[in-house]
Design a protein around this ligand. Sequence first.
Ligand code: SF4
Length: 424
Amino acid sequence: MAHVVEDIACTVCGCVCDDLRATVDAGLITAMEPHCPLHAAWFAKHNIAAPMVQATISGKPAAVDVAAAAAAKILREARQPMIYGLSRSSTPGQRAAVRLADKIGAIIDTTASSCHGNSIVALQTVGESTCTLGEVRNRCDLVIYWGANPAVSHPRHMERYSLEPHGQFVPEGRAGRKLVVFDIQENATTEAADDFVRIRPSSDFEVLWALRALVLGVPLRVAEVGGVPVTKLAALAEQMKSCRSGVFFFGRGLSLGRNGHAGVEALLQLTRDLNAHTRFYARRMRIYGDVAGADSVLAWQTGYPFSVNLARGYPRYNPGEYSAEQCLIRGEVDACLLVGSDGLNVLSPQARERLTHIPTIALDYPGADHITADVQFTTAIYGMHRAGTAYRMDEVPIPLRAVVDSPLPSDADVLDQILTAFGT
Ligand code: SF4
């Protein structure tokens, strides 16, 4: 008999919207509201009946404990194993992954190293003026997206958090807010903007430093910077200084650009400068549903948020050197355990090609098809089959509920079985 489950959190993107309503019938979600194009596509792929086979070894069905023993053997025989992914997992799975990495002396890395790794390095260098999305919703009358296209990547971000909500100090909703978008080309988000500032590709750093100068009252003796007239930049600097509360949401268009960490540093410094005049924040647009949780769990377990090497029995952190991308390209890892293989999407073709030459173990949700691993497990989906916690892009932990029953083990269950099979 069909029934409705309310207040479900979606972990498809970093918004982690927690207002979804599902109709459940015969152990499957048959409808999900409100509509979001991103979660509709994701649910269509992963919301399928649990497969009869929960694990395979070399493509042949195997019991989960037998497959766990095979995975442990691969990891035991490796000189330098790596654990990668984690951004579609949840706190229990991420904790289990760190436990296993610690035991086997692995390099452990998340998708952050290929997305906002530069941003994390920047905020570790100059600090960050942060806020929750609730503060944005209630306070911000100036919203600026920089190198981000949330209309496509986070379809409900503007609806729920930044632009449209009627907030405590912005009771008019959309009419009470200004939206400015900095990008190198028009996109779906620029169409909704009050002001689109087109900048030349790879000139974010120069434009941000010009804005810093103008905010600090330093005159510029040039007519334009990064393709933007200085008169326009001066007007924008005044708009930022005179708003009641403003926020930069920045995406991979800034963090992955040339000298990405320097660009993000400049934006964080501009945010700090603006706080001499008004209240201003900067927040990353996180892509994966629980990549912020992966940062948090790694940081509280090892002291570092990503690219951590535990081979010497203590954590070492060096983005670049210990990132999955570089370790694979340089051929420095000889076995890889993937916790969520859709994290491969952010790696280069060379890094992915290297995976075809080393033993692989993959823990994936039903319907995943990113890799054919030597040892493969199908695991329960957090927020659908299992309870858990996902950290929203503003690092607010959101509880995840089990909406339907599933016989599938969670990734934490499988990782703990591998740990047990690894032995002492
Ligand atoms: S915006 Fe993101 S978190 Fe919200 S419903 Fe869509 S995919 Fe899910």
